[in-house]
Design a protein around this ligand. Sequence first.
Ligand code: RNT
Ligand code: ZN
Length: 414
Amino acid sequence: MSRYEEAKKMYAAYGIDTDAALERLSKIPVSVHCWQGDDVIGFDGSDSLSGGIQTTGNYPGRARTPEELFEDAKRAFALMPGKKRINVHACYALLGADKGKVDRDAYTYKYFEPWVEWAKENGLDGVDFNPTFFAHPKMKDGLSLSSPDEETRQFWVRHGKASLKIAAEIGKAMNSPCLVNIWIPDGYKDIPADRLSPRLRLKKSLDEILEDYDKEWVIPAVESKVFGIGIESYTVGSNEFYQNYAAKNNICCLLDTGHYHPTEVVSDKIPALLAFYDKIALHVSRPVRWDSDHVLIVDDELKELSKEIIRNEADEKVLIGLDYFDASINRLCAWVTGVRSMQKALLNAMLQPYAELKQLQDENNFSKIMYLNEKFKFMPIGDVWDEYLRRQGLSEDWFGEVEKFEKEVFAERV
Ligand code: RNT
Ligand code: ZN
């Protein structure tokens, strides 16, 4: 009997169907961020990152051109199992001859068409989009949509509107609704003298941006944050602000796992929001002491977060996107490890005896819950994962590809 057959039997003894789990896992899309490949620099003119976020490290091989990023992403995606989408930021516009002539408030779909083509060529399930409200000269005093300078605020409102239009085209072209996530770095380093006015300005800007958009092909979301580097004292787009905005305006909340206090966990927020929202979006990241955006690994919180999606059957309600950027290791390795970790955690979540655990909770039998949870940690999930990869024509031995690519391609990029 194969290892998988043995494992299948062991799980079946608890009423868990591993074949059904593999089928279910292969259908959950993961939106993979394009920005791991080039340290969040983009193509539209910026040569450094700003806005309270930072990549650290200078491992060789950063993609410096669209061609390089497309090539790297292609190699990375080929090593990722399951259903994937690509998540693109507006700063990844392919401006061609218009570079330097057209600003972010005038971007149109044509600058992103190559991404759609790339997604189709690579068999992806969809493309998601983000307006880029950072790393740009029109950020005034670090502010965008909440700026007291009306010209600045309006520029960024126009960028938001342009992004929703682009997203509608992307959604249609991919025949899959496009998630448009709004994150702004706006905030203050030191204690503000007025906390309300910036939030009212942000509210007004969002109202203006969302005044009109394609409801069929666009899913707008707002992403909150607790603080950023150099923006330690006050963030305009805080959790309470956006959660209320989203609820009142019937749009989506996006929870980034790195955007809360270090002891606060997104796994617990998912069921809280599922009680009210039809859809929730995620930026799954690995915060190490702060919003450090480390590569996802299968840690306890990733497992808990995945359980909240799976045991609540929220596969279609929770839109999973990844958001991490590590410049200190091989970027291909970073991409592939993170995506695989997400899927491993989802698989782990599918291989738990929920019916029994739920009943035990209602009977207040936390002794047996502890016993079962600990037992299941050492069940042969690795054999089920290997079978998943086998069915997708992949394996766990993928690091050779990374080494090969590093030798052949990254080494040339000096
Ligand atoms: C920043 C946010 C935001 C960005 C990306 C690039 O703290 O997490 O989502 O990381 O949009
Ligand atoms: Zn994020």
